[in-house]
Design a protein around this ligand. Structure first.
Ligand SMILES: [Zn+2]
Length: 645
């Protein structure tokens, strides 16, 4: 198969009017979304391929006999136990019976903190969310963070907005609550749960507000936290989480915790107990019997994403295993499916990108020499993690049995929770991977100043081990460039080369940078993917800066590579044109309207078509490659084109 086939493009759409559709229009028409999917495109198709390989691995284990404690035994028993629907149906809510009993036994409000900790350590939500991360201002040290949480709907706005759609979702949510309790043979007042969550929603910051990292950094001693939340017995919370009382912690949204404190006093104890039970039942639904899972799918996947059918059982289970047995499965995956030749070629590609970025920074006309120098230091300090970890996570102590799916999930969750809690107050382990190698994704981590590319994304159409440089720079090159630029987007730019939240900009540079960001946000605010519904330029700003910068850097990286190894036209396309075409290919996708709508509210990334057309409408090299001129739909006057990096 060709790495890029112009015969699959859509001739009816001119590249300079809508480049995304020019490359993908025909594909979009010919590849409807399968009923079990909410989106269908390059990412999901590759993901399914990876899942099929994992399935082969898992089924091979399922046929074997292995001694207890081996990776193979864990994979085998997790999978077989989860696939046994008959057993799951018969168990009903028994796998979480101990937690429901514990909630039922709460005698007074002083117990609430302890039970919250138990739920958090067992894999269930409630009120807030604990996590162990680097101290953003002292990035060598791991600290406990507490963040706003506790909502069953995907965004606070669903509770608070007046529009018809939000009202309809609220009434469906209440039905969902009633149905889940009914399956557990219990009655409930959905109204009361809704009241609690609405109060939490009101006290929650918006997604745009959460993007201001400095505002989420509130360092407190346990005594200070106790002083603003006298009703929450934090010592009992820490004890049930298994953490010693920390010297200090980072509280994301102090006013949210004050509201929880107020609710604990104001609400009748029975209402709070009901809310706890709801957290457990809703959180466990996908691990319980068929009816629970169907109810959960119906509300969350059908409603918000538009999926028509559940994925086959093995895929649902694998989705959980990829999390619960992350590196255990990942190691088995890379042993069979990762070509080490890829690593070398990608390493070379990354070097070209860094060189291209370095030259771009040096040539910026808006940045002062002092800030440039620091940007270059930060750029050279980026850690690159490619393929799979050098050192695998120690999972020997993780126990997987055949008692129940939920019990295995809970053991895996508690194992990971304890592993995280154990890090509090300790130095950072820089070798750890925050995404297992079988993930079709990539990330930049600002507090580590690192980019991470798992083995599973280093494959076609993102990366072809044997194709020309142009398609690879347009594919994985733009993704790597994107992740690198996150170190310099409106959030990443607040962290220094060591991952500390510290200002390294002059005031003037910061001002010019934010003016550029504002122009880009304005451009995206005008995109209207659904009638009357617009992209949120502020919510998507970081990702849009990364897309724009990533493409420019990858393009320059390609030019550097071509200087060393020139490339002739292939199938009538110049290397430059092939670069842009594969960029469009990696973002090709069909999405259901429900998912498109949900994403506009919750996803910091722009819709796929704008991740291509948006940046290209600002990029003069694209104009040159396809002779884009005034009158073409992608054309912008030079004064309106945004260039940041
Ligand atoms: Zn990103």
């Amino acid at each position: 198969m060709k790495a890029l086939d112009p015969a699959t493009f859509e001739p009816a759409v001119r590249p300079t009017d809508d480049f995304f559709l020019h490359v993908n229009g025909k594909w979009i028409k010919e590849n409807p979304i399968p009923p079990e999917e909410a989106r269908w495109g390059s990412f999901t198709i590759l993901n399914l391929e990876v899942e099929n390989r994992l399935k082969a691995i898992v089924e091979e284990m399922a046929r074997g006999n292995f001694s207890a404690g081996t990776a193979e035994q864990k994979v085998r028993d997790f999978y077989l136990t989860a696939m046994d629907m008959e057993k799951l149906n018969a168990l009903k809510t028994e796998p979480v019976g101990d937690l429901l009993q514990k909630i039922n036994d709460i005698k007074n409000k002083e117990d609430l903190a302890e039970v919250s900790g138990t739920l958090h350590r067992s894999g269930f939500g409630s009120w807030w969310h604990p996590s162990v991360e680097q101290d953003e201002k002292r990035s060598t040290l791991m600290t406990l963070h507490l963040y706003q949480a506790g909502l069953g709907l995907p965004d606070r706005d669903y509770y608070l907005n007046d529009d018809k759609e939000s009202a309809a979702i609220r009434s469906k949510y209440k039905e969902h609550i009633l149905n889940i309790f009914k399956l557990a043979d219990r009655g409930v007042s959905a109204e009361k749960i809704m009241e609690i969550e609405t109060a939490l929603a009101k006290a929650s910051r918006t997604r745009v507000e959460l993007r201001d990292v400095l505002k989420q950094y509130n360092k407190m001693s346990p005594a200070e936290l106790q002083a603003i939340t006298p009703n929450i017995k934090w010592d009992r919370y820490f004890a049930s989480c298994g953490v010693a009382i920390p010297e200090y912690l980072i509280v994301g949204q102090p006013e949210f915790f004050e509201e929880v404190n107020r609710l604990w006093e104001a609400l009748p104890l029975d209402d709070i107990k009901e809310y706890f039970s709801w957290q457990v039942l809703n959180g466990a639904a996908v691990f319980l019997g068929k009816e629970f899972e169907e109810q959960y799918f119906d509300f969350y996947d059908r409603n918000f994403k538009g999926a028509k059918e559940m994925k086959p059982r093995w895929r649902r289970v694998l989705g959980v295993m990829n999390w619960a047995l992350d590196e255990i499965l990942g190691k088995l995956y890379v042993e069979r499916h990762f070509d080490s030749r890829s690593k070398e070629r990608i390493r070379a590609l990354v070097e070209h990108l860094i060189e291209a970025y370095r030259i771009r920074i040096k040539n910026l006309d808006w940045m002062s020499a002092a800030t440039k120098e620091k940007a270059l230091v930060k750029l050279s300090a980026i850690t690159k993690k490619l393929g799979y970890p050098e050192k695998w996570k120690d999972t020997e102590a993780l126990v997987i049995k055949t008692d129940s799916y939920a019990a295995n999930y809970r053991r895996a969750f508690t194992f990971e929770f304890d592993r995280q809690i154990d890090k509090v107050g300790k130095p950072v382990d820089k070798d750890e991977w925050y995404m297992p190698p079988q993930t079709v994704n990539a990330c930049y981590n600002p507090t580590l100043n690192e980019i991470l590319f798992p083995a599973a994304i280093l494959q076609p159409p993102f990366f072809y081990p044997d194709a020309d440089d142009a398609v690879n720079f347009g594919g994985i090159g733009t993704i790597i460039g994107h992740e690198m630029t996150h170190g310099f987007d409106d959030q990443g730019a607040k962290f220094d080369e060591k991952g500390n939240m510290e200002n390294w900009w002059t005031d003037e540079d910061k001002k010019l940078f934010s003016i550029k960001g504002e122009s880009l946000a304005k451009q995206f605010d005008e995109y209207e993917p659904l009638p009357g519904e617009y992209v949120n330029g502020k919510l998507t700003l970081g990702e849009n800066i990364a897309d724009l910068g990533g493409i420019m850097i990858a393009y320059d990286g390609l030019l550097l590579a071509l200087k060393k190894k020139p490339q002739a036209d292939i199938d009538g396309l110049s290397p430059e044109q092939r670069f842009f075409a594969n960029l469009a290919v990696i973002w090709r996708s069909n999405r259901r309207e429900e998912l498109a709508r949900l994403s506009l509210k919750t996803d910091p990334h722009s819709p796929p078509e704008y991740r291509v057309n948006g940046p290209l409408s600002n990029f003069e090299e694209f104009y040159k490659a396809f002779a884009c001129r005034s009158g073409d739909r992608l054309w912008r006057p030079e004064s309106e084109r945004v260039k940041i990096w």
